[in-house]
Design a protein around this ligand. Structure first.
Ligand code: MN
Length: 498
C-alpha cells in the first residue's frame, strides 16, 4: 500500500488558508502519521487514513487551521504512545485542549439509559466549553459511519442508535442541516434496513418521475430571472434526505401524493431584496398553491434556517417546490454554527457566536452530573424539536414523532404490548391511551392479559405508521380468528385421535 501523502488534505484547503496555516496542518499530519505508524483499522486500511478523512472533512467546512490540526491529531493520545503533553509541547495549549476534550468525549462508562444521558451530558459540556470540539467529533463520527460496515453487528446498532438519538438532534440544533441529514440517513440504513431501502426506492421513483419537469423549470426560471436582471442566481435541484422523507411519510399517514418537497429547486441569489423579487417572478411564471408560501427569511426557524419556500403548478400540472435564499443563507443552512467559525468571519457572525456560547454556558452551569436527569426533559424540549424521547419503566428511551400517544409507544416496544394495552400511567398518573406524550415522560403501559385484539378506534389517534400497521394486521387476524381457532381445534382433535 502506498503511503498517504499530505496532498490528500492540502487539496481541500482553498486560498483562504495562509502559508502558516498550511504548514501547521502539515506538521500535525506528519506527527499523527508517525504516531499511528503500523496501526490498522477494521477495514484493513492504515489507521491514519481515518485521521486524514477527519482532517479533510474539517477543511471542507473551512474551519480554522488549528481545528483541522486537532482533527488530524484527535486519536493520538487514545491510541498511540504519544500523550496530550507531547501535543502541548509540539502544538501549544489550544490544540492540545481540543484533542484532550475529544479523548474525554470518547470515554463513556455506562450502559442503557444512563449511557444515553451521560453521552448527551458530555456533548453538552463539550459544546459549551468549546464548540470546535463538536465539529471534530462530528467529522470523526461521520467517517466512522462511512466505514461502519466493517464493524460487528452489535457495535453497528449501538453507534447508529447513538447517532440518531444524540448526534442528529445536536446537528439540527446547531443548524448543521447537511450533517443532520447524513447522520440520520446512515443511522436509518443500519437501524431499519428494509424501510431504508423502500424509502430510497420511493425517492428514486420520484426523481425519475419529476426529472423532466424539473429540468424544464430550471431552464425557464433561469431565463426569466435573467430577463429581470437577476443574473448571479445559482439554481440547482435537491433531493430530500431519506430519513426525513420517512418521518414525513409517517406524519402524512404514508400518503406520498401529499408530499411536494421530495425534489425541490433551490434558487440562490445575491441578497434579500432579490429573494423577494425572485419569488414574485416565480409566481408570475407559475400558479402558486394557496397557503404554501413559507417565509423563513422574515421569520427564521428556531435553529436559524432561512429560506422562502413556495409550491407551484407548472404548465403541465406538475407540482414543484422552490426554495429561495441568499448564498450566505444557503451556506448557513447547510453548515450552521460551523459556517460562523469559517475563516475571515465577519463581526456580525462573531457577535452571534458569542451569544450562542453564552446561551450554552448558561445551560451548562445549571447542570451537574447528578441532577442532569432532572433537567433532561426540559432540555430535550428545546434540543429535539420534532422528535420526542419517552422513557419506559425498564429505562429504555424510545424515540417517537411529536404528539405520539401511549399506543404508539406500546407498539414501538412490542406488538403484544400494543394488542393487550388498556390504559397507561404517565409520570405516575393514570392516563388514557390517546394522551399526547411529551419528551422526558416516563410512560408505563397497563395490559390486560386476556385481551387478544386492539381497538379499531385507536386508528383515529395513533401517530406512527408502525402502530397503525400493527393494529390493522391484528384486526385482520381478529376477523379470520374464528376460522383459525376452528382449524387449530380440528388439527388438535385429529392428532389426539390417532
Ligand atoms: Mn476517531
Amino acid at each position: 500500500m502506498s503511503p498517504i501523502v499530505f496532498e490528500e488534505v492540502k487539496r481541500a484547503l482553498d486560498e483562504r488558508y495562509s502559508t502558516q496555516d498550511v504548514q501547521l496542518i502539515e506538521r500535525a499530519f506528519h506527527f499523527a502519521q508517525d504516531a499511528h505508524e503500523g496501526q490498522l483499522r477494521h477495514t484493513g486500511e492504515p489507521y491514519f487514513s481515518h485521521c486524514v478523512a477527519v482532517g479533510r472533512k474539517l477543511a471542507e467546512l473551512k474551519l480554522p487551521s488549528e481545528v483541522i490540526a486537532a482533527g488530524l491529531l484527535h486519536d493520538v493520545p487514545e491510541d498511540t504512545e504519544k500523550t496530550v503533553e507531547d501535543i502541548t509541547v509540539e502544538f501549544g495549549a489550544d490544540i492540545a485542549s481540543m484533542v484532550s476534550a475529544i479523548t474525554k468525549l470518547g470515554k463513556v462508562k455506562y450502559r442503557g439509559e444512563e449511557r444515553y444521558a451521560e453521552n448527551l451530558r458530555k456533548m453538552f459540556v463539550a459544546m459549551a466549553e468549546d464548540v470546535r470540539v463538536i465539529f471534530i467529533k462530528f467529522a470523526d463520527r461521520m467517517h466512522n459511519l462511512e466505514t461502519l460496515y466493517a464493524l460487528p453487528e452489535n457495535k453497528r446498532q449501538r453507534i447508529a442508535k447513538e447517532v440518531l438519538e444524540i448526534y442528529a438532534p445536536i446537528a439540527n440544533r446547531l443548524g448543521m442541516g447537511e450533517y443532520r441529514g447524513q447522520f440520520e440517513d446512515y443511522a436509518f440504513k443500519y437501524l431499519s434496513p428494509k424501510e431504508y431501502s423502500w424509502t430510497q426506492h420511493l425517492l428514486e421513483e420520484r426523481v425519475k418521475k419529476f426529472g423532466p419537469a424539473l429540468d424544464r423549470a430550471l431552464h425557464d426560471v433561469e431565463m426569466e430571472l435573467r430577463k429581470h436582471s437577476i443574473t448571479a442566481a445559482d439554481i440547482h435541484g435537491r433531493v430530500k434526505h431519506c430519513y426525513s422523507l420517512h418521518k414525513k411519510l409517517d406524519r402524512y399517514k404514508g400518503d406520498i401524493g401529499k408530499i411536494y418537497d421530495i425534489v425541490a429547486l433551490r434558487v440562490v441569489v445575491k441578497d434579500i431584496p432579490e429573494c423577494y423579487a425572485a419569488l414574485g417572478i416565480l409566481h408570475g411564471l407559475y400558479t402558486p398553491l394557496p397557503g404554501r408560501i413559507k417565509d423563513y427569511i422574515a421569520q427564521q426557524k428556531p435553529n436559524g434556517y432561512q429560506s422562502i419556500h413556495t409550491t407551484v403548478f407548472d404548465d403541465e400540472g406538475s407540482i414543484l417546490e422552490f426554495q429561495i435564499r441568499t448564498a450566505q443563507m444557503h451556506e448557513e443552512n447547510e453548515y450552521g454554527v460551523a459556517a460562523h467559525w469559517k475563516y475571515k468571519q465577519g463581526e456580525d457572525a462573531q457577535a452571534r457566536q458569542v451569544q450562542w456560547m453564552e446561551e450554552l454556558a448558561a445551560i451548562q452551569k445549571e447542570l451537574s452530573a447528578t441532577d442532569f436527569m432532572k433537567h433532561l426533559s426540559e432540555l430535550k424540549l428545546d434540543m429535539f424539536r420534532d422528535r420526542i424521547f419517552v422513557f419506559t419503566p425498564r429505562g429504555d428511551v424510545i424515540d417517537l414523532p411529536e404528539e405520539s400517544t401511549p399506543i404508539d409507544l406500546a407498539y414501538a416496544i412490542h406488538s403484544e404490548i400494543g394488542n393487550k394495552a388498556v390504559q397507561s400511567r404517565i409520570n405516575g398518573e393514570i392516563a388514557s391511551l390517546s394522551t399526547p406524550l411529551k419528551s422526558g415522560d416516563l410512560c408505563e403501559i397497563i395490559m390486560d392479559k386476556n385481551r387478544k385484539y386492539p381497538n379499531d378506534a385507536w386508528l383515529d389517534f395513533v401517530k406512527t405508521r408502525h402502530a397503525r400497521e400493527k393494529i390493522k394486521d391484528a384486526l385482520k387476524d381478529a376477523k379470520t380468528g374464528i376460522f383459525s381457532s376452528f382449524m387449530k381445534k380440528y388439527r388438535g382433535d385429529s392428532s389426539s385421535s390417532t
